[in-house]
Design a protein around this ligand. Structure first.
Ligand code: ADP
Length: 489
């Protein structure tokens, strides 16, 4: 049994209206530690009835005095939540590590990210504003826009980074006066449940944030289709995102979806080879490849292809794969057995399609054999039409594809249904700007990869979704931009 203050023998319950309760069905599910497949704790399995209950209390909370809290009070609340998180941060990071397998060295770095996120939204809470719009109607009329909180928000988040992704809805909700029903993934619900406890300790009013773990097909589908919510925000796969968009039609609720990717990372032959190889490797191997914007299609200019591929493979070989709680671990397990099976199946797909596995490509055996570990994998002899270059694998698997010139590689890079991230490595400033402009994706990184900040928009294009997270426009998605006409005569 793992010793953690949030875990115990009793099943973890749903958090609805400031109270902990069992699922209406009485059912629970096992929460698994991906490092050794042991059961961490049982968790109440929320279903449609629990979603109904949570939406009802979220509506009541929205219609309460909460909606009229002053901006300064919202700011103070966000900072109070931050203080509580900081006081319990080590436990929170450890819980996330146990639950979804990200190495403790990685989750420990979230301290800075979380602080910046709350500080940013605390500032944003003071800065919402409408505009006076000029009009030309006869008479004497004034017209202006007024930003009011949108209402009850549903958030469905994935298992690959729940501690981070939950903040993308919790912070804007607290900053604007909306209320929230949060459904974490079954694979990793624990940090959201502990966050519920923290929010309550910090003084977030009951019913403002409700957390209902449960299966996507039941709890998630019920939330997406619910006519009692005004907005749904979803982070996850493109296939499920499509269902969310369809379900949102029930009451024309607002939707934002951040979905899958197969992001290109383009390396020209004028780079500092060692630095770029390290960057390109970590663009894919970070978080065991379970990042939506991971740079999984590595395009390398032909003159340096063999050397560069070998350098990336060498970085992969040098990374320490291990138990997520081991402080020296750089690559943890995949988050679930299903994900392990999926990633392993792509090793066979790669071989069958004639690609060459340069490094990795296997499940870890021995002491770590009970966990869901694969080795960082580099695949060469690949082209952009192969399944390994078209389908999102969501594991530490990078597919290296050679190219000859800039216009060719931009076409290849854009030849995908996805459009989340993109990377370009070159010392030629003009080329960097041209490629950054011409890649059809929401975010491009030049001579770096995967840099994010709460103050900078995170967004996608094509089938990677739409909506802004972070940055100056995020709060607009939680506000109704009302028009008011006033007859001054
Ligand atoms: P994966 O297939 O990798 O688990 P998903 O996109 O299916 O990724 O999961 C992301 C989130 O979406 C999870 O919280 C999951 O429970 C939820 N989900 C899955 N299917 C549905 C659905 N049909 N409707 C609503 N939410 C869903």
């Amino acid at each position: 049994m793992i010793d953690h203050p949030f875990l115990g023998n009793a099943p973890k319950q749903l958090f609805i209206g400031g109270q902990w309760r069992d699922a209406a069905s009485g059912e629970t599910f096992d929460c698994i530690n991906p490092s050794d497949a042991s059961v961490l704790v049982k968790v109440a399995r929320g279903g449609a009835a629990d979603i109904d209950a949570a939406v009802a209390v979220a509506r009541t909370a929205f219609d309460s005095a909460w909606r009229d809290w002053k901006p300064l009070d919202r700011q103070s609340l966000l900072l109070a939540v931050l203080a509580r998180i900081e006081a319990r941060f080590d436990d929170l990071a450890r819980l996330e590590t146990l639950d979804m397998g990200a190495p403790i060295a990685r989750t420990s770095t979230f301290r800075r990210w979380i602080r910046q996120t709350f500080q940013y939204y605390a500032a944003q809470a003071l800065s919402t504003r409408g505009d006076v719009m000029s009009n030309s109607v006869p008479g004497d009329f004034m017209s202006y826009s007024l930003k009011v909180p949108l209402g009850v928000v549903g958030a469905i988040i994935p298992w690959n980074g729940p501690l981070i992704t939950q903040l993308w809805s919790i912070c804007p909700v607290l900053a604007t006066g909306c209320t929230l029903v949060l459904k974490p993934a079954e694979e990793a619900p624990l940090s959201a449940l502990m966050m519920a406890e923290i929010l309550q300790e910090a003084g977030v009013p009951d019913g403002v944030v409700n957390v209902v773990p449960g299966p996507g097909a039941t709890a998630g589908a019920a939330l997406a289709a619910h006519t009692g919510i005004d907005k749904i925000t979803f982070t996850g796969s493109t296939a499920t995102g499509r269902k969310i968009i369809e379900a949102s039609a029930s009451n024309i609720k607002r939707v934002s979806v951040e979905l899958g990717g197969k992001s290109p990372d383009i390396v020209f032959d004028d780079v500092d080879l060692e630095a770029a190889a390290r960057g390109a490797a970590m663009a894919c191997f970070n978080n065991t490849g379970q990042i939506c914007y991971a740079g999984t299609r590595l395009f390398v200019q032909r003159g340096i292809y063999d050397r560069f591929v070998e350098a990336v493979a060498e970085v992969g070989r040098s990374l320490r794969v291990g138990h997520s709680l081991d402080p020296d671990t750089q690559v943890g397990p995949l988050a679930s057995r299903a994900q392990l099976d999926k990633v392993e199946s792509y090793f066979d797909v790669a071989r069958a399609d004639g690609a060459r596995i340069v490094s990795g490509g296997e499940r870890l055996q021995g002491a770590l054999g009970t966990g869901f570990f694969v080795t960082p994998t580099v695949i060469a002899n690949a082209h952009n039409d192969m399944r390994i270059a078209r389908e999102e694998i969501f594991g530490p698997v990078v597919t290296a594809i050679p190219f000859d010139d800039e216009s060719e590689v931009v076409k290849l890079a854009n030849d995908t249904v996805y459009g989340l991230g993109g990377g370009v490595w070159s010392r030629d400033v003009g080329r960097v700007h041209r490629v950054a402009r011409d890649l059809r994706c929401g975010m491009t990184w030049a001579n770096c990869y995967g840099v994010t900040d709460p103050g900078v928009t995170f967004t996608g294009a094509k089938q990677s979704g739409y909506g802004n997270k972070g940055g100056p426009w995020h709060l607009d998605e939680y506000l109704l931009n009302k028009t008011v006409w006033l007859n001054l005569a």
